[in-house]
Structures are given as structure tokens and as C-alpha cells.
Design a protein around this ligand. Structure first.
Ligand code: 5GP
Length: 192
């Protein structure tokens, strides 16, 4: 009897404000891929629901999960911890589902070394002015935080070609969604 093929691990990264959430919403609607809900110590934004956008944890609980080996990768970003929970990923991959992680560069590098077969996608903004405008219009981030996110964004964009398998420009939402869906489809065609 042949074991059923495992699913793929797909990292979708990109700077804050690049439009990742909209792209991922479109991709998840149009494919069978599932989203891994990360854990974070950041405060929820007004529209966010615990267990949907993130599992919101306090620092002690987050650190306990790391200690117990329950976190696949984690990083500190903007003074908060963010991490992928094993239980959000491993059973689904084993059952044949493709799992999408929305994580930043440090996490993407950890995934690259622990899951060499993972596919890493970076969403790139047309330029940093667009990011500045989107973060300001979103209205849920303080101006100090916006400045910090912009300087991280610049570093992320500069570093991306060395880390990622695919770089997708988001100057048009539907085109960007289509490119990510094409990347997912090409994985199912790879015969694994
Ligand atoms: P935000 O606070 O805007 O939701 O996310 C800030 C950054 O943390 C984003 O770049 C996002 O991709 C990243 N992030 C979210 N979840 C994880 C995670 O589980 N691990 C890592 N390494 N980064 C994450």
C-alpha cells in the first residue's frame, strides 16, 4: 500500500502593510490550502479574534511552549514574540494538506533549515511609500510603530532575494493572488 503524499509547507512573507492578509484571503478562498494560525504576545488589534488571526498568549505561556518544543519556529518582532505551533502544521501536512505560514524573515530562515522542502514566497511592495500610506490608512498602528515597521520592511525587501524561492510583486491584488495560486498548483504537479 502506498502512503498518501504529504502536503507542502508554504511560507508567505512580506513587510507589514504589503497586503499579505488580502492576498492570503484570496488564495485560501481559491485553493484547498489551510492557514496556520500563529501564536503571538502582541496585543490584539480591534478587529482581531483570539484563535482566528492569532493565538494571543502572554510571554510566560509563549516561552513555556518554546521550552516544551511545541513551537516550530519563532522570532521577536517589534518587541513581541511570534511563532508557529507544531500542532497547527504537522498533522495537516501529514494528512496531505498544503499549509501556509505568514511569518517574517527570521522565521522563514528557520523553516528553510528545518523543512528543506518548504517553498518560500515573499510579497514585495511596489515601493516603500506605498507601505507607508497603507500602514497610515489602516489606522491601527501608532506613528512610532509605523516608522519602526518601515525600517524593518526596507531590510526585509533588501534581504529577500537571498532567502526566498519566489518574489511576488503586489501592485495589483488579483495578479498577486493569481501568482501565489500558480505557485501552489505547481507544487501539486511535482509528483510528490
Ligand atoms: P503583525 O503584528 O503585523 O500581525 O505581524 C508582524 C510580523 O510578524 C509580520 O511580518 C508577520 O508575518 C510576522 N509573523 C506572524 N506570525 C509569525 C510567526 O508565527 N512566526 C514568525 N517568525 N513571524 C510571524
Amino acid at each position: 500500500m502506498t502512503a498518501s503524499p504529504e502536503g507542502h509547507l508554504v511560507v508567505v512573507s512580506g513587510p507589514s502593510g504589503v497586503g499579505k492578509s488580502s492576498i492570503l484571503a484570496g488564495v485560501l478562498e481559491a485553493s484547498h490550502a489551510v492557514f496556520s494560525t500563529s501564536a503571538t504576545t502582541r496585543e490584539p488589534r480591534h478587529h482581531e479574534v483570539d484563535g482566528r488571526e492569532y493565538h494571543f498568549l502572554d510571554r510566560d505561556d509563549f516561552e513555556a511552549l518554546i521550552e516544551e518544543g511545541d513551537v516550530l519556529e519563532w522570532a521577536e518582532y517589534g518587541g513581541n514574540l511570534y511563532g508557529t505551533l507544531r500542532r497547527e502544521v504537522e498533522p495537516l501536512i501529514a494528512a496531505g494538506s498544503d499549509v501556509i505560514l505568514d511569518i517574517e524573515n527570521e522565521g522563514a530562515k528557520q523553516i528553510r533549515s528545518s523543512y528543506p522542502s518548504a517553498v518560500l514566497v515573499f510579497i514585495r511592495p511596489p515601493d516603500l511609500d506605498v507601505l507607508h500610506r497603507r500602514l497610515t490608512e489602516r489606522g491601527d498602528t501608532s506613528s512610532r510603530d509605523i516608522e519602526r515597521r518601515l525600517s524593518v520592511a526596507k531590510a526585509q525587501v533588501d534581504e529577500a532575494p537571498a532567502i526566498y524561492d519566489h518574489i511576488v510583486l503586489n501592485d495589483d491584488l488579483d495578479t498577486a493572488i493569481g501568482r501565489v495560486i500558480d505557485i501552489l498548483s505547481s507544487l501539486s504537479d511535482d509528483g510528490r
